[in-house]
Write a protein that binds this ligand. Sequence first.
Ligand code: NDP
Length: 330
Amino acid sequence: MPTFRALMLESDDGRTVKARIDNFEETELRENNVVVDISHSTINYKDGMVVKGIGRLVRNYPHVPGIDFAGVVRTSEDDRYRTGDPVVLTGWRVGEAHWGGLSTVASVDADWLVPMPTGLSPARAMAVGTAGLTSMLAVLALELAQIDRSKPVLVTGAGGGVGGVAVQLLAAAGYEVAASTGRAELAEYLKDLGATEIVDRSELEEAPTRPLSGERWGGCVDAVGGTTLANVLTEMGYGTSIAACGLAGGSGLVTTVLPFLLRGVNILGIDSVMCPTETRVAAWTRLVELLDFDQLDSMSSMISLDEVPAAAEAILAGQIRGRTVVDVHA
Ligand code: NDP
């Protein structure tokens, strides 16, 4: 009987989750119209939550986590894909509602796949991954709403995956970039990625005391949420926008309407999970144009499937730098 190797999560109550890395019979794979042989996946913040059973993102166990993967089509019942086609998958609740990429094989719906962008290896596609795609969607949304080039664009949670790629993309697109991090030791790394200013996370962590402060930022990619987002709102330039991507610092938002009424500030919601395929393909194309692959390599590390449980704890503790790619065969 053919088998696949995967990180399998089991839970009796949906709260306490046990992770097991093992071989499983392929008959256990959920039925979909494309079977992909996976080579690489990644660890994202959401995977950290799923592996640790936080936020009840998974309703049905046993479950294979992994919100993105790259691989090659083994069999396809859909005309868009043939055996041997390299593909990449992000989002569509894969790794949450459907079995995901921390596995050597996945059975998925053809609608969820994107052909591997020309010029990308599977490992580099995963160094970009959901985080990089989200950063690109954020930058595209900011550009559509217009960025005020007379001021720096702020990236929060810059030490993480979404933030690090956003710093690179904004710098490559010619914007002045300020990077906010809680880890002073990452200053040189962030400057190498293209940041010209480092903002200490502590500046943004206390609840704002005034509804408006000086107009400091020409745009913002926010991966943190919470009081960080509340603070950034008070410092946005007139008519500028914040691309709200994440909640690493909390999901609550206590603010006033004044940044919206008196400065015309916009909050643009970024959702990489359900965004339409045409938008995804456009974002992947621009990513390949803008990204410096050596720089991407410098912010990525490679781990094996066995190292994923420890990496899941580290990402939730905010200890991971940049992107972590998983070689599922290592
Ligand atoms: P990472 O863990 O790689 O990065 C998050 C960063 O946020 C950390 O590196 C840290 O940066 C900062 N951070 C962590 N904890 C806190 C805290 N308590 N207060 C303030 N800052 C904190 O995660 P990702 O970059 O992969 O994801 C970032 C966020 O974006 C997550 O909430 C994730 O769920 C979300 N996300 C959303 C997507 C979407 O479609 N909207 C898609 C992908 C991710 P530093 O050390 O530099 O301060």
